[in-house]
Design a protein. Structure first.
Length: 431
């Protein structure tokens, strides 16, 4: 029995959806442990494309239990729409296949409104690049002890009291931003209307997962975003509002850290980022455009064009340490096909001083310039490769050099969006 955590080890969009789907065949339970519907996972199964935002990636696999943990912030209206969309694609979703933690905080319409108002009010250069979906304000309410949680939907008196407490904070805040006050009765009615659609999936997830673990079931823990967007260890303040690193997996569903046996970090063979914030290896040339075009680099959730750059080994070495990554899954190797020369960032120059990690202070991050190591590329195609023998010699050399620089072995190698175009080196679920 082995329980596996999957985390993105860059700025998100590393291809977690495909890898989680690939691993879910070996798992009994797939549990989402943080984030909201600001992240998107694209799955391609037998030619059919599924775009998921809050539902765990394993939900499209029959015979599995999918779980939304308490570390997630949940927009109930988006959840209902996403369930309907997936059902239309032929996927069965029932309370036996999907459970939502009773202590999961709910994203309300007022959270999205506040999120967008703040971003619009921010001057250029101070915008965070939020998706405007209310994730940050909901997490603020959670730690401010004024959140409305799934369990609160079951009792009207409790729900009304929770709404009143939340509005004691939000209405003065909205007034200061020039926004209208919230219509209390309308918000309560909206929540009462949506309640049955959410409560049918509500469960004591911590209890269910601990029972599954004791019974020897394999649990796959799925995160959203990437470790460089972690609220503590990311490129602050251009980060998400939750902890993304692997340690959050235990807290985000209610199990002990000793239940985690393997941490798989998902890493692109190059680097991308959506939104604002530092990006030392970003390219503003033909190579950057080529990476974006070949990699189809547009956000699943926002549709925004992703910024592209060379692989940053210094940053990935850093995230491997903060998440305790056991092995990595290197994705999109095929996007590098045809480059005559490839570059890998091995560190930074900060005012003449060589750094082997990205410093914490934002002003220092902005002054860091990448130190590159060059490697020869390859002209052959790696797309669809399913064994090491299918790879060009220079592609293998590139992978091996990445392993050396990040001080972590490659466990899986992905060569296309198709789930079976994967080279298995080490099975994370191996007992």
């Amino acid at each position: 029995m082995a329980n596996v955590v999957v985390v993105g080890a860059q700025w998100g969009d590393e291809g977690k959806g495909k890898i989680v789907d690939w691993l879910s065949e070996r798992a009994d339970v797939i549990a989402r442990f943080q984030g909201g519907h600001n992240a998107g996972h694209t799955l391609v199964i037998d030619g059919k494309v599924y775009k998921l935002h809050v539902l765990p990636s394993g939900v499209v696999r029959g015979g599995k239990l999918s779980v939304i943990g308490n570390g997630v912030v949940l927009d109930p209206w988006h959840l209902v729409k996403e369930i309907a969309t997936v059902r239309e694609q032929g996927v069965e979703i029932t309370p036996e296949t999907l459970m939502i933690a009773e202590n999961t905080p709910l994203i309300l319409p007022i959270h999205g409104e506040l999120d967008r108002a703040r971003e619009e009010a921010a001057s250029q250069g101070t915008k965070i690049g939020t998706t405007g979906r209310g994730i940050g304000p909901c997490y603020e309410d959670k730690v401010g002890r004024r959140a409305i949680r799934v369990a609160d939907l079951a009792d009207e008196a409790t729900l009304v009291a929770r709404v009143d407490r939340a509005l004691q904070h939000h209405n003065p805040l909205r007034k200061g931003l020039g926004m209208e006050e919230v219509n209390r009765d309308d918000l309560i009615q909206q929540l009462k209307d949506i309640a049955p659609s959410v409560l049918e999936f509500a469960a004591p997830v911590w209890k269910v997962l601990n029972e599954k673990r004791k019974a020897g079931k394999r649990i796959l823990f799925e995160g959203a975003q990437g470790a460089l967007l972690d609220i503590d260890f990311g490129t602050y303040p251009f980060v998400t509002s939750s902890n993304v690193i692997a340690g959050q997996a235990a807290t985000g569903v209610g199990i002990g850290p000793g239940s985690i046996d393997y941490v798989l970090g998902i890493v692109k063979a190059y680097t991308t980022r959506v939104g604002e914030g530092p990006f030392p290896t970003e390219l503003h040339d033909a190579d950057g455009d080529r990476l974006g075009e070949r990699g189809h680099e547009f956000g699943t959730t926002t549709g925004r064009k992703r910024r592209c750059g060379w692989f940053d080994a210094a940053l990935v070495r850093q995230t491997c340490a903060t998440s305790g990554i056991t092995g990595i899954s290197l994705t999109k190797l095929d996007v590098l096909d045809g480059f005559e020369t490839l570059k890998i960032c091995v560190g930074y120059d900060l005012d003449g001083k060589q750094m082997d990690y990205l410093p914490t202070a934002a002003d220092e991050q902005a002054r860091c310039t990448p130190i590159y190591e060059e490697m020869p590329g390859w002209s052959e195609s790696t797309e669809g490769a399913r064994s090491w023998n299918d790879l060009p010699a220079n592609a293998i050399k590139y992978v091996k050099r990445v392993e050396e620089l990040i001080e972590c072995p490659v466990a899986l190698l992905s060569t296309s969006p198709e789930r079976d175009d994967t080279i298995l080196v080490t099975d994370p679920f191996a007992d």
